[in-house]
Design a binder for this molecule. Structure first.
Ligand SMILES: [Zn+2]
Length: 95
């Protein structure tokens, strides 16, 4: 059973630039489980990407495969999500 603490840890490690598989090995979860925790469902992702027109909300670079910041598994508070390029996503890790 995954606790809130290792969920936070999964998100933190992923943000530091580890792959799904690496994070999974570190915390003892499958790659698929890690993906479920850090990645919004495809429909949400596509919605956010369309809304952002593929542009990073922080640095305004065109980010074809950006990441969704603010996502928490099981929540759909789309207004809190931001579409970010990979480097802005990583930089938010320290916040
Ligand atoms: Zn950016």
């Amino acid at each position: 059973m995954i606790t809130m603490n290792n969920r936070e840890q999964v998100i933190k490690l992923f943000r530091q630039g580890m792959s799904y598989a690496e994070v999974g090995r570190r915390v003892g979860l499958s790659r698929q489980r890690v993906m479920q925790i850090v990645k919004p469902p495809t429909s949400i992702y596509e919605h956010m990407k369309r809304k952002a027109r593929g542009i990073c909300a922080n640095c305004e670079v065109i980010a074809p495969s950006g990441r969704i910041s603010g996502y928490r598994e099981g929540t759909l508070e789309v207004s809190k999500y931001k579409y970010l390029c990979a480097s802005c996503y990583r930089n938010e890790a320290s916040e």
